[in-house]
Write a protein that binds this ligand. Sequence first.
Ligand code: ATP
Length: 298
Amino acid sequence: LAQLFRPLDLLGMVYRTVRQGLIDMDAMFALVDTAAEVTDAPGAPALAVGEGRLTFDDVSFAYDAERPILKGVSFEIAPGGTLAVVGPSGAGKSTLARLLFRFYDVTGGRILIDGQDIAKVTQTSLRGAIGIVPQDTVLFNDTIGYNIGYGREGSGQAEIEAAARGASIAGFIESLPDGYQARVGERGLKLSGGEKQRVAIARTLLKNPPILILDEATSALDSRTEAEIQGTLNAVAARRTTIVIAHRLSTVVDADEIVVLEAGRVVERGTHRALLRKQGLYAEMWTRQASEREMEEA
Ligand code: ATP
């Protein structure tokens, strides 16, 4: 009997890891079903995405009832706009992304896409409208072409190659002896952190979602790779409503709005320049990270 339960334990573990780390949730949905606590309302309609306006309206959330994590968070991202969320570790940044993808339901307030409460539409339609470039991309033991094509079922070779070009990984793939047929994963080619991120970007390009979550890697890429990937991401984020979960501040300078989260509350908001002028938490974090960068470069 114990044998019978083991695969379920494993799935549970994978699921918890994915939820926790926001690791390629998108890819993992095919493997593991969603949480029992999140259900479609009877007769729920599909999300009708229009221009892609995203609203967090007084959102509160707790994983455990005794410990509130988000406390009345509100912001709005105009269609095609970019909002960056910054703040100390544990402030609740990744939790915002988990709620938007509806891994959990909010405990107070609402999240709206084009005026529709995400709790009232089908999960499939919601997740179909949101792309995630995660911190850490899960690769399948299959060809690199398959790993990119995973972004959208039924995509053809020409589309996969176009996505690879958009993610600036086509040159690398073409340089491999087996090209798109090269196997990756445990038994094949090991991709670097930057290459894996480009696979995630290519998948997202294929999916072509109107709403994008960029969960910035905490693990350090070298600064040249980071700058190159940033350029690619900026191109992917253009014309899409984007929320950037930023662990480093160097990547948020150009956001339309920056929200500073501290212990689950929005404590400051504005553009990079406005926030620097304010001399508050953001300015302090910026100064600290700038001196850390200088130390690294020295
Ligand atoms: P970081 O920058 O370090 O990634 P963050 O701002 O993204 O941090 P979150 O991951 O959103 O922070 O976590 C916010 C708080 O919620 C943390 O105190 C964390 O311990 C807690 N938390 C996260 N996931 C769970 C969970 N599944 N169950 C209970 N508490 C959780």
